[in-house]
Each structure stands twice: as C-alpha cells, then as structure tokens.
Ligand binder design. Structure first.
Ligand SMILES: O=C(O)CCC(=O)C(=O)O
Ligand SMILES: [Fe+2]
Length: 296
C-alpha cells in the first residue's frame, strides 16, 4: 500500500476531507523545490550549529532548528500558504481562532533510528482530547528528497480514530515518500514518526504546525521572534503568532485591548468584546452565553 497523494491543484476542502477521512494527506509539489532551497540557505547559519537531540524521542541522530519566523523570510511565506491556511481554518473551525504552534527544521541524519509512532497532540501534557475534537493541523514540507531509505515520515493511515497510547508497530506504517516542495499534512491524532535513515544523506523537513488558539504554543513565538523583527511582519502573520485573542477573554492586553496594539497596530483604546466569539462556529453553548450580548 502507498499513501494518498493529492495534486497541487487540490482545494482546501479536498485536503480537509482527506484529513478527516484518513488523518493525513500528501500534496505533491505544492511549492517549487527552489523555495525549499532558499529556506535551507537562509537557515544554514543556524542549522550548521544545531546539536543532535538529547534522547530517543527527539532523536540522537536528529537535529531540530527552530525560531524560523525570525530566521527565515522564506519560512514566513510558507506559513501563509493559502491552501494550508485554509485547510487548517476548516479543520479547526470549531474554535474561535487557530495559531502557529511550532516552526522547525527536522533533519534526520544517516544512522538515525525510527522514531516511536506517536500522536503530536500529546504535547498538551497528554490531555485526552475527544476523538472528534481536532486541536492541531501539522505540515512537514520536504526540503530534500524524502525517500523511505532516507527516513521519510511514516504514517499509520486511519489511526487518528484509534485513541490514545496505542502501540503501533512500524510494520503498520507507510513512508510518506515525496519530492522536494511537497508537503505531508496530518492531524494531531494520527500516529506517525520519523523513519530510520539507512542512507548516506540527510533527510530534512520543514515542520510548520498550527493549533487551536486557546492552547499553549509548543514554541514560544513571542520570545522566539524579537519585537524588532515582529514590528516588520504583516498583521496576518503576527495574528497567527499569537498577537490576537485566542478566544473571548483569552490573551488580551491592557484590559481587553487587541494584542497587536503593543506593536503600534490596531486601535489602541478600543476594547475587544464578546463579539470576538462570533468568529467561531456558533454551537449551543456559545449561543446561550451570547443570548443577552446586545452587540452594536
Ligand atoms: O521528522 C519526521 O519525519 C517526524 C517528526 C515528528 O513526528 C516529531 O518530531 O513529532
Ligand atoms: Fe510527531
């Protein structure tokens, strides 16, 4: 069996459908390989200094270089890729907002062992999110060739319905082989892991993940990106970084002001009311809470 590949003309709704059905989707050549080369060049001063991981989970022959918004203008563009953003918005639309969860290059070096197959949503301290409540939309963009021999990410199709702490064998998984510029999209519940690298080449992926706005981010975007760089970024990216309220009454500054005001954007003095809740799908709980809101 090989994993499902979608053409780069696939709509976000098709990608979303594939994610809900199988837990993952591979989109072939969503950007030209040259985009990935540019990002690799921008990050070279940092990847060159990155140490190997400290344990078998992060990988003793795997390097992770983060802080990509501050370090790579090319990575900023990929974060805003319209197909990926719209897919994330659709998968996570039950919450008021979604945001960037982490940005990193994952480089699996020759000799690396396969990672234990896992769910990424365990990052939230193992909290048992309901099976029908998605919290995360992940991407791994191939920065190099991405073959089974080089350690292509392995995915267990359909395992997003399996529940927590199921110990899948590697034999239950399939390699997400793809060309440079292609992207593996997967939800936070599907079991997956980096493969073992039996080749003599490094396998690199750009891991950009998105999560619900009410959850703590894996990578602290406020501290990873210095304010002097943040001031130069577009509002859309800043909001994804967390310069927005995650939900009503969550993440405001100075008594219900928009967090963007700290960078001199938005309207200082204007308060963010419960109207922010209208951004989310209106379920019965929201409707009940807002029943006497009396918006202008
Ligand atoms: O590098 C990979 O292929 C997967 C990495 C991964 O799943 C993780 O670190 O959580
Ligand atoms: Fe993972």
């Amino acid at each position: 069996m090989s994993l499902i590949h979608l053409a780069n003309t696939a709509s976000a709704s098709e990608v979303e459908h594939c994610l809900r059905q199988h837990g993952y989707a591979i989109i072939d050549k969503l950007v030209p390989g040259a985009c990935m080369d540019r990002i690799a060049d921008e990050l070279e001063p940092y990847t060159a200094l990155t140490p190997f991981g400290p344990d078998g989970i992060l990988g003793r022959r795997t390097k992770r270089t983060g802080g990509l918004i501050a370090r790579s203008p090319g990575a900023r563009e990929l974060i805003l890729n319209p197909t990926i953003l719209e897919t994330s918005r659709r998968l996570l639309s039950h919450a008021t907002t979604f945001q960037i969860h982490c940005t990193q290059v994952v480089s699996i070096h020759p000799g690396a062992k396969a990672q234990t197959l896992h769910q990424d949503e365990v990052a939230w301290d193992m909290f048992p999110f309901p099976l029908d409540y998605h919290v995360q939309c992940n991407t791994l963009w191939a920065m190099t060739d991405y073959t089974e021999e080089m350690g292509a990410t392995r995915v267990v199709p359909g395992s997003h319905r399996a529940g927590r702490s199921v110990e899948f064998e590697i034999a239950a998984s399939f390699p997400a082989e793809m060309e440079k510029g292609s992207v593996l999209v997967y939800d936070g519940k599907v079991y997956h892991g980096g493969g073992d690298n039996r080749s003599d080449r490094v396998r690199s992926a750009l891991n950009l993940t998105y999560a619900l706005g009410w959850l703590r981010q894996e990578e602290n975007q406020f501290l990873s990106c210095p304010p002097e760089i943040a001031r130069t970024l577009p509002d859309e990216l800043l909001r994804l970084m967390g310069y927005q309220c995650g939900a009503f009454a969550l993440g405001y500054v100075n008594g219900f002001e928009d967090p963007l005001t700290v960078l001199g954007r938005g309207q200082a003095g204007k308060l963010m009311g419960a109207e922010w809740m209208l951004k989310a799908e209106q379920n019965e709980d929201r409707k009940s809470f807002l029943r006497e809101a009396e918006f202008d």
